[in-house]
Design a protein around this ligand. Structure first.
Ligand SMILES: [Zn+2]
Length: 306
C-alpha cells in the first residue's frame, strides 16, 4: 500500500464513499469530501478479478484535491475507466481469461461453440485475414472465411467441434461482430475489426456448473481479433456480405486455406451455420465494458499494411 496516500482514519470513509459513487456513475461528477463541490471524478483499474480489488484515483476539478485508494469494485462498474486504462487492466485480467478458457475446455462436450471460440490453437493458427463469398445469383446464404497463417491448426479448430456442433451454432454461442470505422491515428487507412468470442450470455447460461462463474468484468477481454484493411479502389466485400446476410438471415463461417495457385479456398465442409452477427461502428463503443471495447485498443496492437 506504500504507493498510496495514507488517509487519516477519520477522513477515509467520505473518500471511500465518494469513490464508490464515482465508480458507479463515471460520466457524472460526485460531491468532493474536501470542498463539497460536485466536481469529483474517478479513474480506476481492477487489480484482481476474484477479490475485485481496485485502485482508484480521485480528482476534484474545483479544489484540485487528489486522493488514491484501494477498494472493492462496486457491482456493475466496469473493470476500468477511462479507455486509457484498458491495457493495464488487460494484464491483470489475462490469467483469469486463461482460466476461463481452461474451464470451458473442461465442459467442452456441453458447450462446443464456446470451446471453438477459446480453443488454445487460435494462437498457433494465426488468423490473419477475413474474406467473404456469396452465390452469384444470391440463391444461397453468403460465407465468411477465416484465413489462417497456419492452415493445419486453423482447420483443426473447426474440426474439433465438427461432430459436436453438427455444422450449426444453434444457440448462437459464438459471438461475431464486425466493427467499422477508422481507429485513432489510422484515419487515412479505413478498415474494420472482426471480433469472435464465446457469447457472454450463453456462457452465463452455463454458470450452473460448480466451477463456472463468468465475471462480467472479463467479458471485453474475451476472444479473437482480426483487423482488415480493404484494398483502396476495390469494391467492398463487406458491403456485399451485409446485403446478402440481410437477404438470407444466415451465413456460414468457414476456414479458408491458401493453395499453391495463390488463391484462397473456403472449406464449407468444415463450416458452421450462423444466424446472428453484429455490425457496429467504432463510434458506438463508448465504455470499457462494451464487449467489443478492445476494438479501440487495436491501433496499438496492429500495424496496417504498407
Ligand atoms: Zn474539491
Amino acid at each position: 500500500m506504500s504507493e498510496f496516500n495514507e488517509l487519516p482514519s477519520g477522513s477515509a470513509v467520505p473518500w471511500m464513499e465518494a469513490a464508490i459513487a464515482a465508480c458507479g456513475s463515471p460520466l457524472v461528477s460526485v460531491t468532493c469530501p474536501a470542498c463539497s463541490e460536485i466536481a469529483l471524478s474517478a479513474e480506476w483499474t481492477l487489480l484482481e478479478v476474484k477479490s475485485r480489488e481496485t485502485a482508484v484515483d480521485l480528482h476534484c476539478t474545483a479544489c484540485e484535491a487528489r486522493q488514491s485508494l484501494r477498494m472493492v469494485l462496486p457491482e456493475g462498474a466496469s473493470a476500468c475507466w477511462p479507455f486509457e486504462r484498458f491495457e493495464s487492466v488487460a494484464e491483470a485480467i489475462e490469467k483469469e481469461v486463461e482460466s476461463l478458457a481452461e474451464r470451458i475446455q473442461r465442459h467442452a462436450s456441453t458447450m462446443p461453440a464456446a470451446e471453438f471460440a477459446t480453443n488454445p490453437l487460435w494462437a498457433e493458427a494465426q488468423w490473419c485475414a477475413t474474406t467473404f463469398q456469396w452465390h452469384p445469383t444470391s440463391e444461397a446464404p453468403p460465407l465468411m472465411g477465416l484465413v489462417f497463417e497456419n492452415e493445419e491448426a486453423g482447420l483443426e479448430i473447426f474440426r474439433s467441434v465438427e461432430d459436436k456442433m453438427n455444422h450449426e451454432d444453434r444457440f448462437e454461442e459464438i459471438r461475431i461482430s464486425i466493427v467499422e470505422g477508422a481507429v485513432p491515428g489510422q484515419e487515412l487507412r479505413p478498415g474494420y475489426s472482426v471480433h469472435l468470442c464465446a457469447d457472454p450470455e450463453a456462457l452465463e447460461a452455463h454458470a450452473t456448473f460448480d466451477d463456472f462463474v463468468v465475471d462480467r468484468s472479463i467479458v471485453p477481454f474475451l476472444g479473437q481479433w482480426n483487423r482488415h484493411y480493404p484494398i483502396p479502389g476495390q469494391p467492398s466485400l463487406l458491403t456485399k456480405f451485409k446485403e446478402e446476410f440481410e437477404q438470407h438471415g444466415e451465413f456460414m463461417l468457414a476456414p479458408t486455406v491458401l493453395k499453391d495457385d495463390g488463391n484462397r479456398y473456403m472449406q464449407p465442409e468444415l463450416g458452421i451455420i450462423k444466424n446472428v452477427i453484429f455490425f457496429r461502428q467504432l463510434s458506438d463503443i463508448t465504455t470499457p465494458d462494451d464487449p467489443d471495447a478492445a476494438a479501440l485498443m487495436l491501433p496499438e496492437l496492429i500495424i496496417p499494411p504498407a
